[in-house]
Write a protein that binds this ligand. Structure first.
Ligand SMILES: Nc1ncnc2c1ncn2[C@@H]1O[C@H](COP(=O)(O)OP(=O)(O)OP(=O)(O)O)[C@@H](O)[C@H]1O
Ligand SMILES: [Mg+2]
Length: 224
């Protein structure tokens, strides 16, 4: 449970529409009179932006991070993000909409890169201080499929990993969704226009978080 505000996270493979949906969800919540902060990992702070560059570019001039280094860079990003962005906004009573969070490390590092699961969970708990999302959307699209709106992919270092890697990551998300059914909602995005996906997300938000949103100042739309 978050302090005061609400934390909503979006998860899923690259190019599944997280940024598109997060932007739209944040705008909708803002129109309802709520304080909203839209943010993302890795890279949601000044330090995080530098870490993101180290994580995602091809390797020059620093060299390619080994899996252990990659894990710790991601955790450093998360620690800073929780302290500088997530907690302060949640304490102010905001709704925070965050693209990627601790589940990404389980899906990508544990399932994808086969790093020890207990270690990753322990690091996640440590850097987040136990802060859990109130609701998580897993935007699911089969590996190898791309959304029709997406142009030719310009892949970063992690996105350039092979199909077997992404299959494992997707299995990771499936395992997480099975483990936390009260928190994680799988949303099938295959063949759905942006607006259809967005309206599913809004329905779930209202159904699951309606009462908490009222407490935070949710204003029903004015009827004309
Ligand atoms: N439902 C949809 N139907 C068709 N195209 C879509 C849909 N949702 C998003 N797109 C397009 O697909 C592309 C990927 O979407 P977006 O950037 O939101 O995904 P992402 O999950 O944030 O990706 P990344 O992991 O690269 O940050 C964009 O070009 C976006 O305009
Ligand atoms: Mg994105």
């Amino acid at each position: 449970m978050s302090p005061r505000g609400l934390l909503i996270t979006l998860e899923g493979l690259d190019g599944t529409g997280k940024s598109t949906q997060a932007r739209s969800l944040a705008a909708w919540l803002r129109r309802r009179g709520l304080q909203v902060r839209h943010t993302f990992e890795p890279g949601g702070t000044a330090l995080g932006r530098r870490l993101r560059t180290l994580l995602l570019r091809g390797g020059e001039p620093e060299g390619i991070p080994v899996p252990e280094a990659e894990l710790l860079l991601l955790m450093a990003d998360r620690a800073q993000h929780v302290a500088q962005v997530l907690r302060p906004w949640l304490e102010r009573g905001a709704v925070v909409v965050c693209e990627r969070y601790a589940d990404s490390s389980v899906a990508y590092q544990v399932f994808g890169s086969e790093v020890d699961g207990e270690l990753v969970e322990r690091l996640n708990r440590w850097v987040t201080g136990g802060l859990q999302p109130d609701l998580t959307f897993w935007l699911d699209l089969p590996v190898g499929q791309r959304l029709p709106g997406a142009g030719a992919p310009e892949r970063d270092r992690i996105e350039s990993r092979g199909e077997a890697f992404f299959r494992r990551v997707r299995e990771g998300y499936a395992a997480l969704a099975a483990r936390y059914p009260e928190r994680i909602v799988r949303v099938e995005v295959t063949g759905k226009p942006r607006r259809a996906v967005q309206s599913e997300l809004r329905d779930v938000v209202v159904r699951r978080l309606g009462e908490r949103l009222q407490e935070l100042g949710w204003e029903a739309p004015v009827r004309r």
